[in-house]
Design a protein around this ligand. Structure first.
Ligand code: HEC
Length: 119
């Protein structure tokens, strides 16, 4: 008898672990559905404009033209990611409002704002 109770008790954590794993997998699948454009328009376009060139408000706060090829060329991926995460001067930080995967998606999106490079 004693033996079978132990077996049942040991089974519970395994069941829980399996359940946790499957919910992590489900949320992972949702991450892939992060809509960077929507996030950008919602959170960032007030200052940066939908095209990244910057609104009047953005220019007042000295935001750069994110769609400028020269600006893009000077910026490293890490800097972009870090500035969005932790903020920079008048640029607000986003690590409390957005999930890391959303910030990553936005950093990728910022790269897409640049005009195609002329070769
Ligand atoms: C309140 C206005 C405002 C909002 C909202 C805003 N930004 Fe900014 N952003 C700025 C300003 C101002 C700067 C210039 C910071 C500096 O270099 O002094 C900036 C700079 C940046 C930079 C360049 C950082 C660097 O390393 O030079 C990126 C990339 C950026 N913003 C992305 C975003 C994204 C993505 C969002 C939305 C999640 C966002 N911004 C929302 C004002 C804003």
């Amino acid at each position: 008898m004693r033996h079978s109770i132990t077996t049942i008790l040991c089974g519970v954590p395994i069941f829980l672990a399996a359940w946790l794993c499957s919910s992590v997998l489900v949320s992972h699948a949702q991450e892939e559905g992060v809509n960077a454009k929507k996030l950008f328009v919602y959170h960032c376009a007030t200052c940066h404009g939908e095209d990244g060139k910057g609104t009047k408000r953005g220019h007042e706060l000295k935001s750069p033209n994110l769609a400028d090829a020269n600006w893009q060329a000077k910026k490293k991926d890490d800097e972009i990611l870090n500035s969005i995460t932790n903020g920079k001067n008048k640029m607000p930080r986003w690590n409390e409002k957005l999930k890391p995967e959303e910030i990553q998606a936005l950093a990728n999106y910022v790269r897409k704002l640049a005009p195609k490079k002329k070769s």
